[in-house]
Design a binder for this molecule. Sequence first.
Ligand SMILES: *Cc1c(COP(=O)(O)O)cnc(C)c1O
Length: 355
Amino acid sequence: MRPIRALIDHAALAHNYARAKALALGARAFAVVKADAYGHGLMQVNAALPQVDGFATLEFESALALRDAGRTEPLLLLEGAFSIAEVCEAARRDIWIAVHDDASLARIEQAALPAPLGVFVKFNTGMNRLGFAPARAAEVLARLSACAGVTVRAVMAHFATADDEVRGISWQMARFDAEPALAGLPQSLANSAALIDFPAVHRDWVRPGIMLYGATPFAHRSAASLGLRAAMTLESELIAVQSLRAGEVVGYGATFTAEHDMRIGVVACGYADGYPRHAPNGTPVVVDGVVTRLVGRVSMDMLTVDLTDVPAAGVGSAVQLWGAQLPVDVVASAAGTIGYELLTAVTMRVPRIAL
Ligand SMILES: *Cc1c(COP(=O)(O)O)cnc(C)c1O
């Protein structure tokens, strides 16, 4: 079998959720598991977190899978239901749904509900993606309370710059707190960054995602400094070794030229596994426990690394692309992106193995 795999550290997931709960003080915390639990595998997280206050996701099938797995906690669909049939199915399976605009509200009003339905009403405080204008709160809440069987479980909003130490959240909170109809209801506002930095907005339900997976929501603070542990280690092996003479090149486009005679390791990992093709020469990679560097262009199924500082490495040597020894955030930063993107990009062909 091809040696690439993603090790999923259940103890790290449990540690990170406990860390989120400790930071949340009294608030309840949804474990955000959209995008197949940020690439870790929904059922891995289901197994790792036997005790959570709830799960939040976007994909209807993920919520159904959690119910089918026997989870009885609150489940929330962050983008709501996309049809009247889904509204009814959500009610039947006791899955809460976000309602964020006139069309999603109309679907709830028109549904012949087979069972009670819980909703989170989303308000737009400046992100300008989803949500009603806060000034419409009284009207929207009145329309929902006129729907038999519908219970508003909370009002919610989402921050655009909670991870930005300068811009922060006060500009959005000013709009939220200025609307009297939003006071007095349970509230859900905070993503990981706001949960970590702004205790005043924890309110009733927090929604940590990235921190559960042991990556940082911040550009300039490491996951370790936040007390988090990497939940995924993406590892593979060297499947070949090349000896290059000074002046020789490696890979498509010949983007790396050997500065001196050197050994190059060929790793069974490429962009079809989710490793970013745009990672440049010098991106860190761990071989046999030693941090070395990517050289040459990442191809579909392989990438190549400098073995100068790992003279004993050979075919079969262990390679870590990111994880326990090399934070995904460091690799992401070298590649000009964020940990979120790398974690969620790991493809289906990479087996997720419980650690
Ligand atoms: C993804 C998401 C979150 C989690 O955000 P993190 O930055 O990963 O903590 C919270 N709320 C909503 C609405 C989301 O879509």
